[in-house]
Write a protein that binds this ligand. Structure first.
Ligand SMILES: [Ca+2]
Ligand SMILES: [Ca+2]
Length: 247
């Protein structure tokens, strides 16, 4: 009897491991934020990219959030890849977003991160899809660079209506291109991202719930890895510890 019980438990575990689980990876930025937008009062500088391939609608929403009560909602009409969102800091608006990029421009690219939460709320994603993912781009007078294949939402989660939140944290050095290419005092700095997936055809209008897929984004941040403790400071701490022990 006992043996059979153990076998059943093992079988249950094996079954459980095959069932997709709800994944909540929402978290505050991992590193020190130069810029943080949680969409609690408005969209900040965020809106449509202006070069989206599909009809889109970008709005502030309280349907889903990873911090506070609100997030940025993007409805895309019709499946496929489309660059949907954008913020732009420039020498006219001199926004917090602009100041953050200008400050980041003087740092090594592997110490500056783009972070945000991607919220897949499956009541707003057609069950026909077998995948959704995204690419992130940055654009400034030194060029357009991107990172692809981020934040995968697979068919098991989509068809099972199992919501998940995925935290993105990518160093600037991982964007395609090479060298330190964020210019200081640039005319403009842009950041944005795409949606992509195979949920079927649209009807030409975003936001009407027909042929649309919807994704929410929250806590968009530009962050900096904290300064490591210098070897000199570590040496002093070590010396103090030795002195205390001897004393
Ligand atoms: Ca929020
Ligand atoms: Ca539609």
């Amino acid at each position: 009897m006992r043996g059979r019980g153990l076998l059943s438990a093992a079988a249950a575990l094996a079954v459980a491991s095959l069932v997709p689980v709800a994944k909540t990876d929402a978290r505050p930025p991992l590193y020190n934020p130069l810029y943080l937008e949680s969409f609690e009062t408005d969209l900040g500088g965020w809106g449509p990219s202006g070069f989206n391939a599909s009809p889109i609608l970008v709005t502030r929403s309280t349907n889903a959030a990873s911090s506070g009560v609100a997030s940025m909602r993007v409805d895309q009409d019709g499946q496929g890849f489309s660059w949907n969102t954008r913020d732009e800091g420039n020498t006219t608006n001199l926004s917090a977003f602009y100041q953050a990029w200008n400050a980041a421009s003087t740092l090594p690219e592997n110490q500056v991160y783009v972070e945000f939460d991607v919220i897949y709320h499956h009541a707003d994603i057609p069950d026909t899809a077998t995948f959704m993912n995204m690419s992130v781009y940055m654009n400034n007078p030194n060029g357009f660079r991107q990172v692809d294949s981020l934040a995968l939402d697979d068919g098991a989660h989509i068809q099972g209506n199992i919501d998940q939140t995925i935290h993105i944290a990518i160093p600037i050095s991982s964007f395609s291109g090479f060298g330190d290419r964020i210019p200081t005092g640039a005319d403009y700095y842009q950041l944005g991202w795409s949606m992509n997936g195979n949920w079927g055809a649209g009807n030409g209008t975003a936001g009407d719930g027909i042929g649309d897929a919807t994704v929410y984004y929250d806590d968009v941040a530009i962050t900096v890895v904290p300064e490591p403790v210098t070897a000199g400071a570590l040496g002093l701490v070590g010396l103090a510890a030795v002195r205390r022990r001897r004393g």
